[in-house]
Design a protein around this ligand. Structure first.
Ligand SMILES: [Mn+2]
Length: 172
């Protein structure tokens, strides 16, 4: 079962339209990790499940989200409320208290997929304003594949192509 994770479009609404149109009906859920700079009532959020970012002005966005289905549990938040620009320590504490399988955030614009405290932390990077060593890709999102014995994270570029070398497997 696949899940889309995308973040930090910062007003680039069209790329979100393109990605959502591409994945609608092909993934079980779509997570949007904040800083769209759009209204909560934008029709994009009929498909994308959002949280509030530090650059979002619509107070109707939730601070965070606890997601669960038959396959796994996930905690979603932008990151500024737990200061992920400094470290993941506060987010780790929240995730540990919740006991979720997967944690996803945005905010730093730096992509990442790593196992910490026995759970998977995913930052899809920014689809519009990437930073870090993969900024040259021009923007990324992630597809999380959830299987009974493993998680697979594959990062994609704006033209919806998988990036060689940015596929990670984590045992459950
Ligand atoms: Mn941002």
């Amino acid at each position: 079962m696949d899940y889309l994770i995308i973040s930090d479009a910062h007003g680039d609404r069209q790329i979100l339209v393109d990605v959502v149109d591409h994945y609608r009906g092909k993934v079980k859920a779509m997570f949007y990790n904040g800083d769209s700079e759009l209204s909560r009532s934008d029709e994009l959020f009929n498909d994308l499940m959002p949280v509030i970012g530090n650059m979002d002005t619509d107070p109707m966005f939730p601070d965070d989200r606890d997601y669960a289905d038959d396959n796994f549990t996930l905690y979603q938040t932008h990151g500024h409320l737990v200061h992920t620009e400094v470290s993941l320590n506060q987010l780790r504490e929240v995730a540990s208290a919740k006991g979720v399988d997967v944690v996803t955030s945005g905010h730093t614009h730096v992509l990442g997929a790593e196992e910490i405290d026995g759970r998977l932390f995913i930052n899809p990077g920014s689809i519009a304003l990437p930073k870090g060593q993969y900024a040259y890709l021009g923007g990324t999102y992630a597809i999380l594949t959830v299987e009974p014995t493993q998680f697979i994270v594959q990062f994609y570029t704006r033209d919806m192509q998988p990036v060689d070398g940015l596929r990670f497997t984590f045992k459950r």
